[in-house]
Design a protein around this ligand. Structure first.
Ligand code: ADP
Length: 646
């Protein structure tokens, strides 16, 4: 078996090693939590960006779907084209998700020439009919007119160049580099939106080219048509935008983000949450233009705009640089620099993406530190328990040694007395009777010791049943004193008694309470020192002002108990070092048993002590119900002085 010092060193080493492991784990956990939260942040930001791009693409698809449907053969007459547009619009509206998004559909034919004409779709007749320009579209009309005239002019210049080149090459027999080239861009034109008039326009010229046959006939530049679509704001705000937001920003528990489309600081076009988007100076996870390049102009300057694409630099108004690289494009018209862009505002429902990530990090840290704490607590409990088990094992060994010692002395006396009697050493009746008394005393001591151990075991196992009944305090004290009279007398102790008269009965079990008091009296004798004095007093406890319990005190002027040991003397098997060293017999069970008995009677046992001056143990016991007492009036008066006055 290891020596206690070695054991302590080993234990300290284990504690330090475990503490080191726990600290290392905590540091690693902290670092990992930070790395995980950084990675989560990057992932969430990327997801949000892709949601926003998806949202924009779907919005553009929704708004420009009608333009894709309106494709006609450019070689036809205006009348034939109008009929073809009508047919295509009809079949588009039968399959479109939100056909009612379009409130008015116009065709601006032969734009930029003196033959320009506005046709409006008539749903009743299912055809395009001539119409006047609505006043709200004046600016847009003007904008289209300017661009159309420039295109006509540019197309005319190109046509003339081709004509000259053709003639020259015809005379020297070479082929034209312009042959088969489209006059306008290969992919048509991006749709453009006037956000104030809620109107989209797009040039409807596609794949316009001069075949060799056309060139020979000297055909003039093609006519320019615009499709003009007026949107229904109500359908746009109440159906299209909410559906798109739902599609791109919702998670398993509804919308993950708050989303708003704003036309300016105080003009909210759509908001997923009441009030969101209105706050001035509020921080958002993303603020992205709804139309044009996602990160605002200028973007991707290196990309050439399609030929004849409307430019911001044209005549004081135009769309912003359209470097947006998505498959679909939708630019907003800015008539003046004061025109503001529509913005998409996005913020995570929990405050911001940063807040979400740091919240997750805090949760992860709390969880892992919680686990570490539980681990540390578990280790601490194991260490404390093992320490306690060691102490308990030592106490039990001491107890076994103490009991053996307690048994050996009386047994030795009994045995030698018996031998003397057998050997005939004892002469005369008187000496024989003295031997008899000694044997009886030692036997009683043994019986008490055994009873004490049995009672302790029964109380601990909750196997002991007390029969409670009203008892006089003086009877309890008398019984205890009678049972310890031999001991008191043998040790020549003076006992002072101060029992208040007319104390009401208490509720208790006489043998048990007497045993409890005997233990206190025995201790006062054992540890009472040279003063050989003790006082037993009983009075109603008036400290609480209730007068509902009696306090029975056993006082001595002996060794006293140090403050450090006061906490432990009620523990089973515990004996203070000084009494152990002073060879004072005992088992360490007396006080533990006395406290258990007091508790079983609904009372308590306390101690005050000063080393070298003495100790005072006080037993508090509740009075029996006044109604149960025969001497109720006197008793109540004795307990509560106020009662006697009434
Ligand atoms: P035991 O007396 O058999 O050792 P107890 O449980 O009665 O066991 O007492 C526990 C310890 O409390 C004693 O060993 C002693 O150190 C201390 N103690 C009890 N009563 C007194 C007292 N009246 N004066 C001083 N020490 C006391």
């Amino acid at each position: 078996m290891k020596s206690p010092l070695k054991q302590r060193v080993f234990l300290t080493g284990v504690v330090i090693a475990l503490a080191g492991v726990l600290i290392a784990l905590a540091v690693l956990q902290y670092r990992w939590a930070r790395e995980v939260s950084d990675a989560t942040n990057v992932r969430l930001q990327a997801n949000l960006d892709s949601s926003i791009l998806g949202w924009r693409e779907d919005l553009y698809r929704e708004l420009t779907g009608v333009f894709a449907a309106l494709q006609v053969d450019p070689g036809q007459s205006p009348h034939q084209k109008a009929a073809q547009y009508a047919q295509q619009y009809q079949s588009w509206s039968q399959t479109a998700a939100h056909p009612d998004l379009i409130s008015h559909l116009f065709l601006f034919q032969n734009a930029g020439t003196e033959h320009s004409q506005l046709l409006q779709w008539n749903a009743a007749t299912n055809q395009f009919e001539p119409a006047d320009w609505p006043a709200e579209l004046d600016r847009l009309h003007n904008w289209m007119q300017i661009r159309s005239e420039e295109m006509v002019k540019a197309a005319g210049a190109v046509m003339r160049l081709r004509q000259q080149d053709r003639l020259r090459r015809h005379s020297n027999g070479s082929t034209s580099p312009f042959g088969g080239h489209r006059l306008f861009g290969p992919d048509g034109f991006p749709a453009t939106v006037d956000v104030n008039a809620m109107t989209l326009v797009r040039l409807q010229i596609r794949h316009t080219s001069h075949s060799a046959g056309n060139q020979s006939k000297g055909q003039s530049a093609p006519a320019i048509d615009w499709a003009v679509v007026r949107l229904d704001s109500k359908v746009f705000q109440e159906h299209v935008l909410p559906e798109l937001v739902e599609r791109h920003f919702s998670g398993s528990q509804g919308l993950d983000y708050q989303v708003a489309v704003v036309a300016g600081p105080s003009s909210v076009v759509y908001s997923s949450d009441a009030g969101f988007g209105k706050q001035d100076g509020a921080a958002f996870d993303r603020t992205i233009p709804v139309y044009g390049p996602p990160h605002g102009p200028p973007a991707r300057r290196g990309m050439a705009p399609p030929s004849f694409a409307p430019s911001a630099h044209l005549h004081g108004g135009g769309t912003r640089d359209n470097g947006f690289a998505g498959p679909l494009r939708l630019d907003a018209i800015h008539y003046t620099d004061a025109d503001t862009d529509w913005q998409l505002l996005v913020r995570h429902r929990l405050g911001s993406l940063e807040a979400v990530v740091s919240g997750m990090r805090r949760r992860n840290l709390a969880l892992s530190f919680g686990v570490l704490l539980v681990l540390a607590g578990g280790i601490a409990i194991i260490l404390i328990s093992s320490q306690r088990a060691r102490v308990l094992a030592k106490l039990q060994m001491d107890f076994v040694a103490a009991v053996s010692h307690e048994l050996r002395t009386p047994l030795a006396v009994i045995s030698s007395a018996a031998e003397n009697i057998i050997d005939g050493v004892v002469a005369g009746k008187q000496q024989l009777s003295q031997y008899g008394i000694e044997i009886k005393n030692q036997a009683r001591h043994l019986i008490k010791l055994v009873e004490q151990i049995l009672l302790f075991s029964a109380t601990r196992n909750k196997g002991h049943h007390y029969s409670l009944r009203p008892l006089r305090v003086s009877d309890v004290i008398e019984t205890a004193l009678k049972d310890t009279a031999g001991l008191i007398e043998e040790n020549r102790f003076t006992v002072e008694r101060e029992v208040a008269p007319n104390l009401p009965p208490i509720m208790g079990d006489l043998p048990a309470l007497s045993h409890c008091l005997q233990n206190l009296i025995t201790n006062a004798v054992k540890y009472g020192g040279d003063a050989r004095w003790m006082r037993i007093s009983a009075k109603a406890n008036d400290a609480s002002g209730q007068y509902d319990e009696v306090q029975v005190s056993v006082e001595d002027k002996g060794l006293g108990i140090s403050a450090g040991e006061l906490r432990r003397i009620f523990e089973p098997f515990y004996r203070s070092r000084s009494v152990d060293a002073g060879q004072i017999h005992g088992t360490g069970l007396g006080l533990s048993l006395a406290r258990d008995i007091a508790a079983a009677m609904g009372g308590r046992l306390t101690v005050t002590s000063e080393p070298g001056k003495g100790s005072c143990f006080t037993l508090y016991l509740r009075f029996a119900e006044v109604a149960e007492l025969q001497t109720a009036p006197q008793a109540a008066a004795a307990v509560n002085p106020n009662l006697s006055k009434t």
